[in-house]
Structure formats: structure tokens, C-alpha cells
Design a binder for this molecule. Sequence first.
Ligand SMILES: [Fe+2]
Length: 423
Amino acid sequence: MTPAQPVASTAGDVRPGPVGLWPDRRVGNPAGAWAHAYRCVREETERRAARLSAEDQVVQSMADASPIKWHRAHTTWFFEQFVLAPHLAGYRSFDERFAYLFNSYYVAVGARHARPKRGLVTRPDCEEVARYRAHVDAAMQSLLQSSSGDALDGVIPVLEIGLHHEQQHQELMLTDILHAFSENPTAPAYDPSFRWPSRAVGAGGFCELPEGIHTVGHQGHDFCFDNETPAHRTLVGPVRLARALVRNGEWLAFMGDGGYTRPELWLSDGWATACAEGWTAPGHWREIDGAWMSITLGGLRAVEEDLPVCHVSYYEADAFARWSGKHLPSEAEWEVAARAGELEDAFGVVWQWTRSPYSPYPGYRPMAGALGEYNGKFMVNQMVLRGSSLATPAGHARASYRNFFPPTARWQFSGLRLADFPA
Ligand SMILES: [Fe+2]
């Protein structure tokens, strides 16, 4: 273990998107560049769906997960509802019934189908959903080609949210189909050539955050969701953060030491959940002939001790931290250390649970109108995850990004890193 090193506070995001995907917001709104970004994001959704059969795309394995076909249609409805209907004169919806089927949770824009019943909707079929996407794509390109000046300036902010929204669903497509495949005794592979992303080979150990006032929240000129604002000053430290993610080998030691059978390690709600759900290992793990296996995007694979632990809930992460004699970092601690470049595998491997409840930042104001429902109304009973995962599209996450899920959720690519008090 290396000695703890103090970190410097820096501004700016640490994981910019791929060159050429997002137009530079400081140089106006070039319609051609936005049309390119639109095509790239929409194509990525179809690329992810292309590995799946029509039957794969209809199934809904639990209430929290949605069918792949629904994700493809819902992201399309978002552009129809929030961009085309208000901004493209004479736009005709593809099918007026789709607003009921594919509105997720926007109460302000009308009634919607029950979430747990999305898997019962066999029509429209996948081919019709593909035609729906093509219809909206053509209208979006027409809108961008015909708009300029103030009209274009009015379109771009909502279009931009729509693209980042679709990227969020691209990740959910993988988590949701993985959960569906985990319910299949044959353990299908989404991608037989799937490999875990290469991970940092760093110094390990802990980085030290001395007590100090830091600015957290979004500060750049690039896109962010409203829940990342306003940037604000906050007291951080003293604390030490593990540079590395917690790995399967450590988790197996936790299990071997009775981690899932010792109530003193668990929060009360966590223990009740673990008992009710029969948790004895992370999500998607299977014990076969005495060996631990895991359902991955590449199918059933042996649990490798060196890989980061994944598919653990907040409650499990918290219990593991307590067993370790440590705790989870707060989201502010995580952000300060990440901006300083002190965290290995901060992005692109597994989301990392923090001990921070998902709450509004001081001075937070949701967006005006129906899109104000996007984030603000979920700010209770959920915990913040930071970073990004192997399923997150390139160019989506950033240092100020706030993901959030209930403390029981473990079908996401969720892991953890530890925090400790100063040595
Ligand atoms: Fe959505």
C-alpha cells in the first residue's frame, strides 16, 4: 500500500466525449453538427438492439426493467413529444396511440400505460417500431434543415436533452436484457465476445483529501442535467478514498466471513431486504458445482477475483464497507478526488455507490414545464452513484454526473470503492 497523497482541487470535467459527437456549445448552434450528433446517438441505439431477436425485445423480466422494443419507442416518443410537436409546423404523429404506450412518467403530458405491463404490449411489433423511429428521424432531420436563428436556438436545448436521454436508455437496454437473460436457464450471451474493459494498473492504496472547501457540481460549458446544478461550495474532508474499485476477491472474503448472514453488518432495511430476497451473493451470481459463476453480457462466466465486483445494491455495498472497517465516500468526496485524477477506473467500468442521498443541491431549480419532471421529482428515497459503467455510452458521463437508484437496486452495473478516515 502506498502512502496517502493529498489531492489538488481542479475544475473541469475529466471525461470529455469522443471528438466530433457533441457540437461546441460556445460557437452557436450549427444545425449540421447537431444533425450529425442526432444520427450518431440514434444509430447507437439500433446497434445495441441489433444483437437481439424480436422475442428478446418484447420480454419484461421485472417491473423495474423495460423491454428493448419499449426503450427504442420511448426514446423516439421523447423527440416527438418535446421537439417535433412544439417546433415543427404541420408535424403529423406516426400513431397517436403511441403517446399512451410510450410516455414513461411525464404526468403533465398525459395518461400512460402501466410500467409493470410494458412486456404485455406485443403490438406495435419491432418492425413497426423501426418504422416509427424512421418517421421521427426524417422529421427531425427536416426540422434541423429548415430551422435557423431563434427557431433553431429554441430547438437545440430540448434536442440535446433528448440525445442524452436516449444515451441513458442505451445503458438501460443492456442492464435490462442482462436481467432478462439472467432469468433464462440457458444463460444466453448478449455478445459472446464480451470482455471487461481494461482497467487501470495504478498505485492502489488511498488518496488523501485534507479538510477544505471545494466547488462541486457542473461548472463547464458543456451539457449537464439540471440535477448537477447549481455548482456550489462545500466542506470536504479530511478523508481518504481508495484509488481502486472493490474486487470480486475481496467480496468472496466478505462472503466467506459470513457477510450475508451477520445482521450487525447491515442497515435494518438492508438486512430485511437481504432476508426477503434471499441474497447470498451479488446479483447475477450462481454457485455451480461449488464454483461461483456470473451471468455477464458474454453469458455465464467464472467469477474472476481480480475483476471489480458488480451488481451489488447500496445495502450490500454499505455492509461490505462496514465489514471492512471503512465506509462509502460521499458524492462530494468522490467528485473532488475524481477531478484531481486520483481515482482509478472512475469511469467506464462500474458505477460507484456513494453514501449520499439523492437530494437537490442548494439553490436547485428544475427545468420549466413538463421536462421539470425529468429529475426533480425523484429526489427522495434514492442514493447517488458516481462515475459511469462499461455500458455507459462514450461521451455521456462526466465528473459532476449524478446517477441515482433505490438502495435495493442491483441490476445496474453498480460497484463501489471505499473511504476511510485519515491515517
Ligand atoms: Fe426515459
